[in-house]
Write a protein that binds this ligand. Structure first.
Ligand SMILES: Cc1cc2nc3c(=O)[nH]c(=O)nc-3n(C[C@H](O)[C@H](O)[C@H](O)COP(=O)(O)O)c2cc1C
Length: 184
C-alpha cells in the first residue's frame, strides 16, 4: 500500500488533527512526574518522556504551558519520573483528573523531599539540569540522581488509546539478570 505524504499547513484545524494522528503512531509508555509545589504533592501524566544522555545521565520531558501544573514543574528543583506498569492505569486516570491525586495511593517522600509512588516499573529521580523553548511546551532536561526498576509489563499509549504488550520471557529474564549482576 502506498501512503500519500501530507504537508503540514500551519494552523488549519484539520491539519493539526492529522499532525496529531501522525504523531500518535509513535507508541509510548506512560509516566507520572511528581514534585512538591509549596508543600502540596503534585503529579502529571506525561508521555513526552525520553532518554537523552548516558554521561552525564540525562532525561527529558515537556510540560504544556497551558497546564495549571506548568509553574509547579518549571520551578521544581527536584522531581521524580515514574514509568507505569499495565496494572497502574488507575494511577494515570487519577492524575489525569487532578494534580493532587495522591489520596489512596501508596506514596512517600524521597531524600530530596519529592513525593514518590510505589510499585512502578521504574522510578527516575532528577534535579533540574536545563530548560529549552519548545513552542507551546517547555523542554525540561533532568539530571538523574537515582533510579530503580523492576520486571513487569508497561502501560502503552498509542493513537489516543491505552494498550498492553506481552513481553517475551527472554526479555524479562534479561532484565532480571541485569539487575542481579549489578547487585553483586
Ligand atoms: C497519555 C497522556 C499523556 C500526556 N502527556 C503530557 C505531556 O507530556 N506533557 C503535558 O504537559 N501534558 C501531558 N498530558 C496532559 C496532562 O497529564 C494533564 O492531563 C493536563 O496537564 C491537564 O491539565 P491541567 O494541568 O491544567 O489540569 C498527557 C495526558 C495523557 C492522558
Amino acid at each position: 500500500m502506498q501512503i500519500k505524504l501530507k504537508k503540514l499547513v500551519p494552523r488549519p484545524e484539520e491539519s493539526l488533527l492529522e499532525f496529531r494522528a501522525a504523531l500518535g503512531q509513535f507508541a509510548t509508555g506512560i509516566t507520572i512526574i511528581t514534585c512538591f509545589d509549596k508543600g502540596i504533592p503534585k503529579g502529571i501524566v506525561a508521555n513526552s518522556f525520553a532518554s537523552v544522555s548516558m554521561d552525564p545521565p540525562l532525561v527529558l520531558w515537556s510540560p504544556a504551558k497551558v497546564s495549571r501544573r506548568y509553574n509547579a514543574f518549571i520551578t521544581a528543583q527536584n522531581y521524580s519520573i515514574h514509568i507505569l506498569s499495565n496494572k497502574q492505569k488507575h494511577i494515570c486516570d487519577a492524575f489525569s483528573e487532578a494534580a493532587d491525586a495522591f489520596d489512596g495511593l501508596d506514596w512517600k517522600t524521597n531524600k530530596d523531599g519529592v513525593p514518590i509512588l510505589s510499585n512502578c516499573l521504574a522510578r527516575i529521580d532528577c534535579h533540574q539540569y536545563a530548560q529549552y523553548p519548545g513552542g507551546d511546551h517547555t523542554i525540561i532536561v533532568g539530571h538523574v540522581d537515582f533510579f530503580d526498576y523492576t520486571a513487569g509489563e508497561p502501560l502503552i499509549f498509542q493513537q489516543g488509546n491505552f494498550s498492553n504488550i506481552k513481553l517475551s520471557k527472554a526479555s524479562t529474564d534479561q532484565l532480571v539478570a541485569t539487575k542481579e549482576s549489578a547487585a553483586i
